[in-house]
Design a protein around this ligand. Sequence first.
Ligand code: SF4
Length: 344
Amino acid sequence: MKPEIIYVDKKSQIPLYGIDFIGVIDRGTNVIELKPLTLCNLKCKYCFVRAGDYHTNFIVDPEYLLEKVEEIVEIKGKYKIEIHLAPYGEILLYSKLFELIDNLWKIKGIEIISMQTNGLLLKKETIEELERVHLSRINISLNSLNHEKANYLSNCNDYNLNNLIKNINFLLNTKIDLLIAPVWFPGENDNDIEDIIEFIINLRNKGYSENKIQIGIQKYLIYKTGRKLKKIRPKSWGYFYTQLTNLEKKYDIKLKLGPKDFGIHKRKSVTSLKLNKNDIMDLTVISKGRWKNEFIGKINDNFGLKVLLSKSISNPNNLIGKNIKVKIIKANYKDNILTSLFSI
Ligand code: SF4
């Protein structure tokens, strides 16, 4: 069955704060994360948000997003703001991407606009457009330079590695900075990570600066609700950093990047809802979520809440518009995201 698409605009009344998979995420820093859509062109075997096979997808109206960004920049202060486009999906599937970036620059205080992509949909014309709208940095999640391995990890038969490398080379000669962000799956792509390090060193040896081409190796995080790579056992952060230190020594390259390397610093947050785990609250169900047992609850015009049902129901539309009592089961105050449970 083709997934349904829900368009999120002001009229939809779906709030843009508080839901992890759409809208605006504020982690109390100068970086404002935007999630304009949930569609993805891949179904990676390791995807922690299980993108690519949602029952319902979401696309957010750029005007609605811009309105929220303006509000949040006002709160944070109009200086050194970075907008990071990082959907639970693929940003290059967002048809209003260039319009969104163009208009974001009109908001005083925004100094960096960066985005995350798997890169497979890049082409020369798209890169030229991204340069025209002054994208500052593009983060590409490339986990292997081996075609078979890339196919395996991204769960597809035709991962076009050659094209991606061609586009990386094209990006190097634009004003857009580039960050290659492989995920390290211990025991699965160890050699591939070293290949990527050598690839970066080789580019730097050709004269591209450390700012122009960066590498940010990411730890493989396993989530209960995400897709998991078989046979990979989770490793501690201590183990991860020790391995990075060893590789830094071996290749004489900085691999441990922290907030300071990206100019990330603490800033005022959007007011928190001050709800705690196990609190019971009333809300209105405003929309379906990505899965059969997931809904979006509306607390007020600004804040939404992810509502999980204790079991699936045969006609989810019947729940829309209902006022229900839910119990908070997860409260993440760092990014102001809450999850609740509705028992039926
Ligand atoms: S890991 Fe990224 S590219 Fe892969 S399915 Fe998830 S969101 Fe899409």
